[in-house]
Structures are given as C-alpha cells and as structure tokens.
Design a protein around this ligand. Structure first.
Ligand code: HSE
Length: 437
C-alpha cells in the first residue's frame, strides 16, 4: 500500500485544518504512517477558499463520497446528529474506516456505531472529539492501560473556559466574550451547547466510558452550565483563594459512578485551576501512576486537525501491516464492558460555596448556622461582603466542608424560608484534588 485515500465530509474549520496540516507536514506524516496520506475527495454544501484544494475532487453530494470505491477512510467533519449518523453508518457498511471529531455522535450513538464498525471489520476513531488537540483518548486507552482509574476531572470545553477566564481577568461581560469565541471558531454551531455544558457532557460521557469500561451513558450525565455564574461569584471565589472552572467530573464509587458537569470552585494553588483561555486539561487519578494531567488546546482548526490526522495515521499503520486496527474503541475489549450505574447528583458528596442574600442585623448568621448545624453541615469559612451591600441586604458567602448534596439542599430550603433571607441561595460545588506527589 503506497497511499491511504481519505475522503473528507465537510469543509469547515477542522476540515480545512486537516488539509492544511497534511500538506504542510506531508513528509513527517507519511514517514510515521509508512505510506502517503492523500485526500482525494471533499464533500461539502459549498466550496470555500480556506485551504488548498489542488488535486482534490470536490462534490456537494455526500453519497458520492461514501460510495466512492477509491476511498479507504472517511473523515466525518460536518458535526451534528442526523446527517452525520446516517453518513457514518453508510460509510462503515461500505467497509470504510471512519474518523470523526463529532463528540455528540459518539456520546449519543457510539454504543451502536462501535458494534456496527466491528461487524464490518473497520474502525471508528474519534480522538478529535474530546479535548481537541490533546491525545487524551490515546492516553487513557493505551498509556494508562495498566491502571485502575478512580477519578477524572477535566476542563473540556474551550469556549466555556475562555469565557470564565475573560470574565475573571478583564471583567468583561458574558455575551461579549461569547461573541469573540464564536468569531475565533471555538464555539459550537449552537453555542448553548458550550455554555450550558452539553458539549462538555458529551466529552465527559466518552472519557468516563474509556476510564471505567462501561458503555456510554450520556443521557445520565448531570449537566449545569456557566450562564448563572455571576461576576460577583468569580470575585468572591478569588477572595477565598479559589477559581471557578467549568469541570466535567467522573468518579468511581463503591455503588456506581459520578458523572457530572458543573461550575466548580478549585483552590487556586492547584494546577488545573491555572488552566486559562481556550486551553483544556484533563486530570486523572489512577492507582499505579498516581495523578497525571494532560493540557493543551481544546478547540481550533489545526489543533483538532492534529487529532484527526493521528487517527488516520493509526489506520494507515494497521493497513500497512496487513491487520485491522486493534485497539478497542473504548479501551476495554467490547465483550468485557460492564454496565455501571450512574449516581444521582443528590448522592454525590462535595464541599459547597454558598452566597446568601441576607438582611444585615444581629442574629441572622446565628439562624443560618443553626440550620446548617441541625443538618450536620460543617462550615469552613464565612465572608461578609460589606462592599456588595444593596440597601439592607448583604451577601453572606460561605464555604462548607464535604457533605452529601441531598443534605445541603434540605438545609438550603430552610434557609431560603427565613424572613431575613431574600431570594434563592447561590450554590456552587467545590472540588479538591490531591496534589501530585
Ligand atoms: N466548542 C468546543 C469547545 C469545540 O469550545 O471546546 C471543541 O470541541
């Protein structure tokens, strides 16, 4: 085999990155793959001038590409659901290997699609779907194959991290930063996927399966976005020595796994709290190696293209050796995958940041702490922000020790009923990670 023939569906940010990087680094890539990697056809709704299409046939008909007998690998880079799913299914049935950057497709339909790929003796690779350019799937599936993984936490949406960073560093407002992220090509076609945590939940569901060997369970992921993180919460967190990050967390517990995406306070001294801008990071706790963290650009044209091409190189190497790609898609042999229940968020345990809008008169703090004490909730620190007073109301900011979420919710219900407390209490979860040894 002298050359591997690739067809690309889509001609957006990632597809143009793939063509540009393949052109620029053709010597290194073919030397690593053992053969030339050639894009022979692109199918897209319209032609664009974002890359050099010399020698590449162009069609607006996706069918033509998936049925093209000259194509060995289909790169699905159109995103979305229905069309992409249909396209990937047809390509796999036609005996073509598929590489995709589509995390929604994998998180929601991966269980069936991986089986379909196996039935047809081809591979379905998706490194580019999670954390952009960071080879996190390879790290989990191959590099950490010796380990029992106990927990994983990641900043896995570049847009969300970019927004929180700009809000903290430059006191910019949410909408303004989101527009910039869209212009830079980081955001999803529907940016609510970024800010409401759906994109991160897709990625977390995939990471959790690869970490724990369970089938994909996207629909059971608890998801809370960043649109309710107020600038004053960011400032309060800073005053307390924390940063607010939008984290995806999955943890192995004796009775199931935690699977949750939400804004999270992290002590500012921890490495993951320092991950800013569009950068992503995934922190993994495992028994043999201990704590490891993987850091890099989580979105962007060439960063994501780097992961797409790495998957294509894997396929080229296997075909060149005359074998089928042999790393199981979710890291565990498919017949050894086991269902693991996902714990309800109410069962999860963490510390909490609370912002209570309370009247400033004697006894209010005592009332609040007596409710906390009745629910066995230990308060770690209290901050009263005189500078944020609005008339009679003053924000009372608290950090608690770890407690089950159901318990804190019961206490908050009672606190919100106090006459001296106005509106609902703002609650943000707090996470601590053991420092790497
Ligand atoms: N919208 C995604 C992000 C793109 O901001 O991380 C990469 O998946």
């Amino acid at each position: 085999m002298d050359s591997l023939k690739v067809g690309i569906c889509g001609l957006g940010t990632v597809a143009s990155g793939v063509i540009n990087v393949l052109n620029r680094n053709q010597f290194e890539i073919s030397a690593r793959a053992g053969c030339k990697i050639e894009v022979v056809q692109v199918a897209s709704r319209r032609m664009r001038d974002n890359c050099d299409m010399t020698g590449i046939s162009f069609t607006t008909d996706l069918n033509e590409l998936v049925n093209n007998p000259d194509i060995d690998v289909v790169a699905e880079l159109i995103g979305g659901h229905t069309l992409a799913k249909d396209l990937v299914e047809r390509a796999l049935k036609n005996g073509k290997h598929v590489v995709t950057a589509n995390k929604a497709l994998i998180a929601e339909h991966g269980n069936d699609l991986f089986s379909l790929a196996a039935e047809n003796g081809v591979s379905l690779a998706y490194e580019a779907g999670v954390a952009g350019g960071i080879p996190i799937i390879k790290a989990l599936r191959e590099g950490l194959a010796a380990n029992k993984i106990s927990a994983l936490a990641g900043i896995i949406n570049g847009t969300g991290n970019f927004i929180l960073t700009e809000m903290k560093d430059k006191a910019r407002d949410f909408d303004d930063v989101l527009k910039e992220a869209q212009a830079l090509g980081y955001a999803e076609a529907d940016p609510t996927f970024d800010v409401e945590g759906i994109d991160a939940a897709h990625k977390l569901a995939i990471l959790s399966s690869v970490a724990f060997g369970a089938p994909l369970q996207f629909s059971k992921t608890f998801t809370e976005g960043i649109s309710n993180v107020a600038p004053e919460d960011i400032r309060n967190a800073e005053d307390l020595g924390y940063r607010i990050k939008h984290l995806g967390i999955t943890k192995r517990q004796s009775n199931g796994i935690e699977l949750r995406v939400h804004p999270t306070l992290i002590p500012e001294s921890q490495l993951i709290a320092k991950v800013d801008g569009v950068m992503n990071a995934v922190l993994i706790e495992s028994d043999a190696v201990g704590q490891t963290m993987y850091y890099g650009p989580g979105a962007g044209s060439e960063a994501t293209a780097s992961a797409v091409i790495a998957d294509i190189v894997d396929i080229a190497r296997a075909l060149k050796a005359g074998v089928a790609p042999s790393v199981p898609p979710l890291g565990f042999s498919m017949d050894k995958m086991k269902e693991i229940p996902v714990l309800d968020i109410k069962e999860c345990v963490s510390a909490f940041y609370l912002r209570i809008s309370a009247e400033d008169h004697p006894g209010v703090l005592a009332e609040v702490s007596s409710i906390m004490s009745r629910h066995c909730i230990n308060i770690e620190s209290v901050l009263q922000k005189e500078s944020a007073r609005i008339g009679e109301l003053i924000p009372l900011v608290m950090l608690t020790h770890e407690v089950q979420e159901a318990k804190i919710d019961e206490a908050l219900k009672e606190i919100e009923m106090l006459e001296s407390v106005s509106g609902s209490v703002k609650k943000i979860r707090v996470a601590q990670f053991a420092q790497a040894k």
